[in-house]
Ligand binder design. Structure first.
Ligand code: CP3
Length: 343
C-alpha cells in the first residue's frame, strides 16, 4: 500500500514504487510490446496493458502499480498525430495556428481514450487488494511542450517562445488542457485508480513569472476542478501527487498554491531541505538517482538507507528522482526493495 503514507500515523518502513517500473529493463515487457505491435498499440490494449502493469508487481512486489500508458495519449485522443519512433522518442505534428488549436477534438476525447479507462478497470480487477493503482496524466505545460514543439527538447524553446509571443493562444490551450485533464483524471478514479499523479516533467526551465503562469495556475485549476468532481462522485479518498520536476526552491510556492496530497521531487533536490521546507501534511515522494540504481553496490545500499534516515518520521513514499532506465540490472531493483524492507 502507498495510501498508508498519506495517513497521520508515521510508518516505520516507507512504501516503494518506481517511475517507469514497467518498461524496457524487463525482457518480459519487451516481449509483450513486440506482441502488441507498437508502444501506442500497447497503451490502447487493455489486456496487454494489464499484463505489463502487473509484471513489476509480480516480480519485485512493489507496493503500488502504475497504469501502463503515456502522457501523450492525451494529445493523441485530442486528434493530433502522435508517434513513437524507436530510439528517438515521441514525435507529434505540432500545433502552429489558432486553426490547429480550434481543431482539437474535445467532443470525442473520452470516446477516443476509452481504452485507457478499460485498462484501468482491468488492472484494478487483476491487482491484489493490498496494492494501490496509480493513474496519471501530464500537466498542461509539459503536454504543451510536446504539442507545440513536436518533440521533447532540453530547453522547451518552442513552447516557451510561444508563451511570450502568443500569450492569448497559450491561455486558451492551458485552460482547455486543465479542464479536460480534470475530467480525464476523474474518469481514471471512477474506473479504479486510487492515487492520481500529475507529471510536470518540464517545469524546471522557467522564469518565476512564467512558472506561475504555465505551471502553478493551470495545475491549480486542474486540481481544483478534479477535487470538486471527486467530492461530488464520492471519491474524495483518492489522493493526488504532483511532480513539478526541476522546480527547485519554487516547490515551496507550488505546494502552497496547488492543493495536493503528495509532492514528488527529483534527484537534484536536497533531502533535508525538502523535508523541512514542505508542509508536513504533504506526503513527499522521491528521489533516488536512477543512475545510482544502474551502478549498484554498497553506494546504492548506503544511499537508500540515507534517504530513509532523512525521511524517518515524515510522510514519505520511496521512489526514484526520475524514471528507471533500460540498462538497469534487475538485481539492483531487488536490492533497493530488500534494503528498505529489512531496515
Ligand atoms: O511509470 C510507469 O511505469 C508508467 C508508464 C509511463 C510511461 N510514460 C511509459 C513509457 C509514464 C507514467 C510515462 C510518463 C511520461 N511519458 C512522461 C512524464 C514522466 C517523465 O518521464 O518525465 C513523459 C515526459 C513522457 C513522454 C515520453 N514517453 C517520452 C519522452 C518517451 C521516450 C523516452 C523513452 O524512455 O523512450 C516515452 C516513451 C515511453 N513511455 C516508454 C514507456 C515504457 C518507452 C517506450 C518503449 O517501450 O520503447
Amino acid at each position: 500500500m502507498i495510501l498508508n503514507a498519506f495517513d497521520n500515523i508515521p510508518l516505520k518502513i516507507p512504501p516503494v514504487w518506481f517511475m517507469r517500473q514497467a518498461g524496457r529493463y524487463l525482457p518480459e515487457y519487451l516481449k509483450v510490446r513486440e506482441e502488441a505491435g507498437s508502444f501506442l498499440d500497447l497503451c490502447y490494449n487493455p489486456e496487454l496493458a494489464t499484463k505489463v502493469t502487473l509484471q513489476p508487481i509480480n516480480k519485485f512486489d512493489f507496493d503500488a502499480a502504475i497504469l501502463f500508458s503515456d502522457i501523450l495519449v492525451v494529445p493523441d485522443a485530442l486528434g493530433m498525430q502522435v508517434g513513437f519512433i524507436k530510439g528517438e522518442g515521441p514525435k507529434l505534428t505540432p500545433l502552429t495556428s489558432l486553426a490547429d488549436i480550434e481543431a482539437l477534438d474535445k467532443e470525442n476525447f473520452h470516446k477516443n481514450i476509452d481504452l485507457v479507462y478499460q485498462a484501468i478497470k482491468s488492472i484494478r480487477a487483476a491487482l491484489p487488494k493490498d496494492k494501490d493503482l496509480i493513474g496519471f496524466c501530464g500537466a498542461p505545460w509539459t503536454l504543451l511542450t510536446y504539442m507545440l514543439g513536436g518533440v521533447g527538447s532540453v530547453d522547451q524553446k518552442i513552447g516557451r517562445l510561444f508563451s511570450y509571443n502568443h500569450p492569448e493562444w497559450m491561455q486558451i490551450l492551458l485552460d482547455l488542457l486543465s479542464d479536460i485533464l480534470a475530467d480525464y483524471l476523474y474518469m481514471q478514479a471512477k474506473n479504479g485508480a486510487q492515487v492520481l499523479k500529475i507529471f510536470d516533467s518540464w517545469a524546471g526551465n522557467l522564469a518565476d513569472d512564467e512558472f506561475d503562469k504555465l505551471v502553478v495556475k493551470p495545475t491549480y485549476r486542474l486540481v481544483k476542478a478534479l477535487k470538486a468532481k471527486l467530492k461530488a462522485g464520492g471519491l474524495d479518498h483518492v489522493k493526488i501527487i504532483a511532480f513539478p520536476r526541476g522546480a527547485g526552491e519554487k516547490s515551496i510556492y507550488y505546494a502552497k498554491q496547488v492543493d495536493i496530497d503528495g509532492l514528488a521531487f527529483d534527484t537534484s533536490m536536497s533531502l533535508d531541505w525538502i523535508r523541512d521546507a514542505i508542509d508536513a501534511n504533504i506526503t513527499l515522494q522521491g528521489n533516488l538517482d536512477p543512475l545510482l540504481l544502474v551502478a549498484g553496490g554498497e553506494r546504492l545500499k548506503n544511499r537508500v538507507n540515507y534517504i530513509c534516515d532523512v525521511m524517518d518520521g515524515r510522510k514519505f513514499i520511496f521512489n526514484l528522482g526520475h524514471g528507471i532506465i533500460p540498462e538497469t540490472p534487475q538485481s539492483h531493483v531487488q536490492l533497493v526493495i530488500d534494503t528498505i524492507r529489512n531496515r
